[in-house]
Design a protein around this ligand. Structure first.
Ligand SMILES: [Zn+2]
Ligand SMILES: [Zn+2]
Length: 212
């Protein structure tokens, strides 16, 4: 068999294998980068890396930790960092070899809640609204904080962390919030109970959207 044809057959098999074995259709040469912001717990990073590799069946690399620009900090409600600024910054600065980047931090995050072109009222509540994470829909970057996920129950904490990371990556892949009960794309809307009750998967409808 000529070399070229062998190569084509091999490539075809490799493509077929990756499509058949993955619940989520992978993008071409998909690679996820985990970007620790400031110092981040190494065991937790490894945990997220392993869970994402198992779930998306793509390589996940841990990038070198980087400080968060001070200009992203808001101190009106304690120390909270702008998640919107972080995901814009990540989208531009992540290495080209990375298709999706998950910034991960112990610091608290905020976004502003908008309604009809204005910050939702009362502004004192919604201008600096604390969140678990935020991701472009679709896009190449998201950010997750474990600041609001902490609990003494280690299994519960790991479930929360995994759920929020896979939820934000779902947004990056173009998924909206989902009304299916316990779908990982359910809108947590700051309710930790939604995260706690979440299943470990995208529902059938979300999976169909990804492969559609
Ligand atoms: Zn969401
Ligand atoms: Zn769903």
């Amino acid at each position: 068999m000529p070399v070229n044809r062998q190569l084509i057959v091999l490539l075809f098999c490799a493509t077929l294998l990756s499509y058949c074995s993955s619940p989520v259709k992978p993008e071409k040469k998909h690679k996820i980068g985990l970007q620790p912001l400031e110092k981040y717990d190494t065991a937790q990073l490894r945990f997220i890396q392993q869970e994402l590799q198992l779930f998306f069946k793509v390589p996940v690399v841990i990038l070198k930790e980087t400080p968060i620009p001070r200009s992203f900090l808001n101190t009106t409600k304690g120390e909270r960092y702008s998640a919107d600024s972080i995901i814009k910054w990540m989208a531009h600065t992540a290495p080209d070899s990375i298709t999706k980047v998950v910034a991960i931090t112990h610091k608290d995050l905020f976004t502003s809640k908008w309604e009809n072109g204005h910050i939702k009222k009362p502004g004192s509540t919604y201008a600096v609204w604390g969140i678990f994470g935020l991701g472009f829909k679709p896009g190449r970057s998201c950010v997750v904080s474990d600041h609001r996920l902490r609990t003494h129950n280690s299994a519960q904490f790991h479930h929360r962390l995994r759920t929020v990371v896979i939820h934000e990556l779902g947004h990056n892949q173009g998924l909206s919030h989902c009304a299916t009960e316990k779908c990982i794309m359910s809108d947590a809307n700051e309710r930790i109970q939604t995260v706690d009750n979440s299943s470990n998967e995208y529902c059938t409808r979300c999976n169909n959207r990804l492969s559609g």
